[in-house]
Each structure stands twice: as C-alpha cells, then as structure tokens.
Design a protein around this ligand. Structure first.
Ligand code: 5GP
Length: 144
C-alpha cells in the first residue's frame, strides 16, 4: 500500500468508525473521532481521524473538510495538553508506506513530549495497558 490507490473500507480505522472494532475514545462528534493509540510512542499518544470521507491520506481529503477537521485536531491537542501538562507536543501525519503510514485512513497523531523523555520509534512501540489508556482518555475527555 502506498500513496495512491483505492480506499479500503476494511482498514482498522474504518472498522473503528463503524463500531466493528473497539477503541478507547477521548472525543467524538460528527466531524472526527479521537482515541488512544494502543501502541503509544509516548504517554498520551492520541489519534484524530475524520468522518465522512474515504481518504487514505492527506492528498485524498476534500479541501473544504480540512477546516472543521483541523479545528478538531487543535481542540483535542488543547485537551491533551490541559490534561497531561506536557512540556510540548508533536503532531505527526504520514502519507504512504515508505513514509511510515500503516493504516490507510487519514489521521493525525498528537504526541505529548516531556523534557528528557524519549519516544518509542514509530511502529516499534509496545502494546499499552488498556486501563492506563482509559484513565488518560477520561482525563482528555474531561478537558474537552
Ligand atoms: P500510521 O502508522 O498509519 O501513521 O499510524 C497508525 C497508528 O495506529 C499507529 O501509531 C499504530 O500504533 C496505531 N494502531 C494500529 N492498530 C491499532 C488499533 O487497533 N487500535 C488503535 N487504537 N491504534 C492502532
């Protein structure tokens, strides 16, 4: 799977959006769903995915939908930083397998950063404990 191709509606995030797979939710409305990455590169690693478009990556996404979607990314980032009080945060977004993309439904990663705390590599993180992710998701949701 790479940069071009048809959208596969059996991808993991499409299944999460349809409720066919579980997720640990931090925020949801009609525009976007935010949930905890189960292989977090760092504490509080949150994914924000758009609804209503079959977009594999940034290139596929309808231009007029970016405003509402990125507003949700910003809102979730504000809640993540309010809840977890990191020293900084990263927004990551990968397009195409050679760039590191593994799930082919557009998404933004929000990754809090703390001084002197290294991240796990993208695609090399351990499966997190669900109870711990639930606690973080609750804190983010409360800060929304
Ligand atoms: P990408 O590599 O496409 O930029 O990001 C996909 C992200 O989805 C990765 O950070 C990976 O850890 C995460 N991920 C993979 N499978 C699942 C899953 O079943 N549930 C959740 N919540 N995250 C997943």
């Amino acid at each position: 799977m790479s940069l071009t191709g048809t959208y596969d509606d059996a991808n993991i995030f499409a299944k999460i959006l349809r409720g066919e797979l579980p997720c640990i939710k931090a925020f949801e409305d009609e525009v976007a769903l935010a949930f905890m990455d189960i292989f977090p590169q760092g504490r509080g690693h949150t994914l924000v995915i758009p609804k209503g478009a079959q977009a594999r990556n940034l290139l596929d996404f309808p231009a007029e939908m970016f405003g509402p979607y990125l507003e949700r990314v910003q809102r979730v980032a504000r809640a993540v930083t309010a809840a977890l009080e990191p020293d900084g945060f990263q927004i990551l977004q990968f397009n195409g397998a050679p760039a590191g993309q593994t799930v082919f439904h557009l998404h933004f990663h929000i990754i809090p950063r703390w001084d002197s705390v290294a991240l796990a590599g993208h695609g090399h993180a351990r499966r997190a404990d669900d109870a711990e992710l639930q606690d973080i998701a609750r804190a983010i949701a409360a800060a929304m």
